[in-house]
Ligand binder design. Structure first.
Ligand code: NA7
Length: 563
């Protein structure tokens, strides 16, 4: 079926079977109820819900398989920082009972295998056109439909357009002079090739020390002849303490999976309820007691490190206490004091997304690893040469160059599609000063466009699978409501958008998050407007979404299209 679609799009835009359950048309492009962009975890579940509702759905995916983030980020050491028993779908009890995870934190290949299993189990592939990107989506206002055009020249008309394009999917490959002239192998962690990249006997350079670099560096160091890490900003990372998943623990969770999920949904970031302990404020804690607790948290490891005290994410003073503790640990772990000093971050901890690692800092004790400071105070990279990197006066000879330089987060992939709503207005223009949404789900002027994990929703500040499931359920329920009520179009009201943006800022301003130069505020992309994009606090957000739905989708406006 998919093959028919791809071929037919190239030949004629009408009278084609655009895949499972698709309407045909003799006057225009093939019609479906819903177009989904992206076949990561969000898109896959969206397809499933559409099938359940008996709707025709067509998903376009740039990759050759499902998995999204876990399809693209196949770099060595890639691993989730949410524990396996929590980083999985909870919409199907049988699915969560039958899947067996092997490690506390799952590797990329295991998560990808899980995504593939879900695609097969729920028969999703028939509805996905792989290797095809959506280039534009233009609203036909009179018909109330989205005309979606793909990079193979195909066009499809849809009532609903669901952007499941991912928050960390538009790779940021810095435009450094000479980049394309490098004669060795040049790769980006977020676009890792499908062939095996060889490090053995090679001089490897890694640019970037965010989560991707920190995961890849210890693994590459094991085989590379020499590894040079180019660090612009030091990053805080906490030991993951990963290991095999205890089968008894896995079984115990499965005996009460629904309740376990529910407890996690009540957590700030929708994960980690099993680590909940009565928390106090660091500023009110006796210094010895504080230190004991910090040692405990460090030994436990993992992303819940900063939940140990209630004021870490609210009070800069308390946060500094946590940051100083970790700075002390770095000094203990790294043998060479100069290297330790370079690896020690200034400022607040957790303000940029906290990284969790396996053997990161101690990797710098290896004789085949060196660290180069490419910050303004050090020797910034001036250009890439055919044989390496020029930083300050020094040329570093390299055979393989790994860019672990992150993503144009949250809006990058959305805006890569030329989306035009009412009056032909472009989403990219409307968002020039920063993204504005209602609930992170709808945009004024763009009826029947839904963004899954869009800016203004918890998204990257929550367990992503759970956050996207909540969005997909909300969107699907909304579509069902519209069908029941005979409504064709839904659009976020301009005032609701304005007050939602204010709300997101107010909530974020009660935390330390907006204060540093992170990808949460778009600071990693030159020229990107500085706006804090995600909304902290999953449970309160879900309650708001539920109330909006219960109040007949308050803040949205509905319309009926008369033919
Ligand atoms: P991040 O966290 O955005 O990290 C990117 C890293 O690349 C960071 O250290 C950057 O330094 C560095 N960078 C970016 N551009 C350059 C240039 N031009 N020169 C030198 N260094 C550069 O991306 P990740 O992929 O590691 O992680 C993203 C998320 O994915 C992560 O938070 C997890 O949620 C999973 P900077 O700090 O900007 O100075």
């Amino acid at each position: 079926m998919v093959h028919v679609l791809e071929v037919a799009f190239g030949m004629s835009e009408s009278m084609v079977d655009a895949g499972a359950n698709t309407e045909t048309s003799d006057t225009g492009p093939p019609r479906v109820d819903t177009v989904v962009v992206g076949a990561g975890f969000a898109g896959m579940y969206m397809i499933h819900r559409m099938i359940q509702q008996g709707r025709s759905v067509r998903c376009f995916e740039g990759g050759t398989d499902v998995g999204g983030t876990w399809y693209w980020n196949r770099y060595p050491g890639a691993r989730c920082d949410v524990e396996s028993m929590e980083y999985s779908y909870d919409f199907d009890e049988q699915l969560q009972q039958e899947w067996e995870w092997t490690e506390k934190y799952a590797t990329q290949p295991e998560i990808l295998a899980y995504a593939q299993h879900v695609a097969d189990r729920f028969d999703l592939r028939n509805h996905i056109t792989f290797g095809t990107r959506v280039e534009s989506a233009v609203l036909d206002e009179s018909a109330g439909r989205w005309i979606v055009t793909t990079d193979d020249g195909g066009t499809v008309s849809a009532q609903f357009l669901v952007m499941a394009t991912g928050c960390l999917s538009s790779a940021n490959l810095p435009d450094i002079e000479g980049r394309d002239a490098f004669t060795g192998e040049l790769v980006h962690t977020g676009r890792w090739p499908h062939h095996e990249v060889q490090f053995e006997g090679k001089r490897v350079g890694v640019v970037g020390t965010g989560s991707s670099g920190i995961q890849a560096i210890p693994v590459i160091a094991r085989t590379a002849e020499h590894l040079t890490v180019f660090q612009r900003t030091a990053q805080f990372t906490i030991p993951a303490r990963n290991g095999p998943l205890d089968p008894v623990e896995q079984q115990r969770v499965k005996t009460e999976y629904a309740a376990f999920r529910e407890r996690n949904r009540q957590m700030f970031a929708a994960f980690g309820s099993k680590y909940l302990r009565p928390a106090t404020d660091a500023l009110d804690t006796d210094p010895d007691e504080f230190h004991r607790e910090m040692e405990f948290l460090w030994e436990r490891g993992g992303a819940m490190f900063l939940s140990g005290f209630r004021d870490f994410m609210r009070s800069p003073e308390a946060n500094h206490m946590a940051a100083d503790f970790v700075r002390g640990k770095i000094a203990e772990m790294v043998d060479d004091p100069a290297t330790a000093a370079l690896l020690t971050p200034d400022g607040l901890i957790g303000c940029k997304r906290l990284v969790i690692d396996t053997d990161y800092y101690v990797t710098y004790n290896r004789p085949n690893v060196s660290l180069v400071d490419v910050s303004e105070q050090g020797t910034p990279i001036t250009r890439i040469t055919p044989t390496g990197i020029q930083a300050g006066d020094q040329h570093h000879d390299l055979d393989v160059l790994v860019f672990a330089t992150g993503f144009d987060a949250m809006t990058g992939s959305l805006l890569r599609v030329d989306i035009r709503g009412r009056g032909g207005k472009r989403l990219a223009d409307e968002w020039q000063a920063g993204p504005t949404t209602y609930l992170g789900l709808g945009v004024h002027g763009f009826p029947n466009l839904f963004t899954v994990a869009g800016p203004g929703s918890p998204s990257v500040l929550a367990n992503m699978i759970i956050a996207t499931e909540q969005h997909v359920d909300w969107i699907s329920d909304c579509m069902a409501y519209m069908r029941d009520q005979g409504l064709d179009l839904i659009e976020a009201d301009a005032e609701s958008v304005a007050s939602w943006v204010e709300h997101v800022n107010a909530v974020a301003d009660r935390t330390i998050f907006p204060s540093c130069n992170s990808w949460y505020v778009g600071a990693n992309i030159p020229g990107k407007p500085r706006v804090f994009m995600p909304l902290p606090g999953f449970p309160a957000y879900v309650e708001t979404c539920n109330n909006v739905a219960a109040n007949n989708y308050e803040g949205f406006v509905f319309e009926t299209v008369t033919a």
